[in-house]
Design a protein around this ligand. Structure first.
Ligand SMILES: *Cc1c(COP(=O)(O)O)cnc(C)c1O
Length: 383
């Protein structure tokens, strides 16, 4: 028998706070999602069923772009975009060194060389002021990445691209719904790419991606490239493409989810505002910088903390999600050794990769959960 006094000494059970809780997001719409998936199973139209075109039209309307073309994932979206723009062996593509691997991976996949540029340390995005020095006669395109949900300043980048006749592909995998001024990410460059990987702001039940453009010619080429490069007539080919379609079942899931996206964005922004207020009392931590005139949709809430490894251990012990995006700059990855990157080339990115941590940011977090995350951060910096 335990006395009430003894029980009071037991440490209260603290709930885990995962990095991402999709169950909380799905619960209210799960019956609708399952019905939509069931309908696809009934129809047997698994490849390019009507839901694909319907979802493409919805995304085009949401972003205000003329064409949206579904594909298998956000990495293929980049490859398709590079193929459509004719980037290939012997070409150079300027991009950020601080991104998910796929951005530079796609450049290498089409046989071109990535040329890495350092970041603005406040936003973690490519610094447009560093681009011009990297342009050579081989440069074909620039791929800015709108990292963590905030855009690379296109008002600064686009004039540089125009001046040098370079194509621009926006990697908006983490930035569906972010804006510069009143315009959505993906709507500035020649082609924009999206990912519906489950951890993005709009995620499906597996892999999914999309390419967006306002150009009729490239849209036509992209649609053919995603089905092996097929011509006007079936089984006749005048270019070599991929097999990279958005599954009908994923399109059906995404069609149910899209109407909720703006509310989910608002939930993440509210979470971010709350963290900002709580962390204002912790000067040792660098909070996310928000560029005036931009809409940050907080795919990640990324801070800088002192003694990061120790912090990660503490978060793990407290069962609170924390993740490092990204621990090694792309110019230092072994697979890009051929383009000759070395330590010291991109000091802001190298420093960021040693200091950044992303913490749980989804809108379904409660005030109490965010307060607990910040109390653990406080314990760490004061330890
Ligand atoms: C997720 C992501 C991709 C790739 O998307 P997948 O759908 O996983 O292939 C590309 N670029 C960035 C910046 C990403 O975050």
């Amino acid at each position: 028998m335990t006395s009430p006094g003894a029980r009071a000494k037991v440490r209260p059970v603290t709930e885990a706070i995962p990095m991402l809780d999709l169950d909380a997001q799905h619960r209210p719409i799960l019956a609708e999602i399952k019905a939509a998936m069931d309908a696809v199973i009934q129809s047997q139209a698994f490849i390019m069923g009507p839901e694909v075109g319907e979802f493409e039209a919805q995304i085009a309307s949401y972003l205000g772009v003329k064409h949206a073309i579904g594909c298998a994932n956000g990495s293929d979206a980049l490859v398709l975009a590079l193929n459509a723009l004719g980037v290939g062996p012997g070409d150079e593509v300027i991009t950020t060194t601080f991104s998910f691997f796929a951005t530079a991976g796609a450049v290498a996949r089409v046989g071109a060389d990535p040329v890495f540029v350092d970041i603005d340390p406040r936003t973690f995005n490519l610094d447009p002021r560093l681009v011009e020095a990297k342009i050579t006669p081989k440069t074909k395109a620039i791929i800015p990445v709108h990292l963590f949900g905030q855009m690379t300043p296109m008002a600064e980048l686009l004039p540089i691209a125009q001046r040098h006749g370079l194509k621009v592909i926006e990697d908006a995998a983490q930035a569906i719904g972010s804006k510069e001024g009143e315009r959505f990410a993906g709507n500035f460059g020649d082609i924009g790419t999206l990912s519906f990987f489950p951890s993005k702001n709009l995620g499906c039940f597996g892999d999914g991606g999309m390419v967006v453009t306002n150009d009729d010619g490239w849209a036509d080429k992209l649609k053919r490239l995603r089905v092996h490069g097929t011509g006007k007539e079936r089984y006749y080919y005048d270019m070599v493409g991929l097999n990279s379609r958005l599954d009908t079942i994923q399109a059906a899931v995404l069609k149910v989810k899209l109407p909720h996206l703006e509310a989910w964005h608002r939930g993440r922004m509210k979470s971010a505002d709350h963290y900002d207020r709580l962390l204002a009392e912790v000067p040792e931590v660098v909070r996310p910088y928000r560029v005036p005139g931009m809409r940050h949709i907080f795919n990640q809430y990324t801070i800088r903390v002192p003694r990061r490894e120790e912090f990660l251990n503490r978060m793990k012990a407290e069962k609170i999600g924390a993740a490092v995006y990204y621990p090694l700059s792309l110019h230092l990855q072994k697979c890009f050794a051929n383009v000759g990157g070395k330590i010291g080339d991109c000091p802001h990115s190298e420093k960021a990769s040693a200091e950044v941590v992303s913490i749980p940011i989804y809108g379904e977090l409660s005030d109490a959960q965010r307060e607990r995350v910040v109390s653990v951060i406080k314990q760490h910096v004061r330890a």
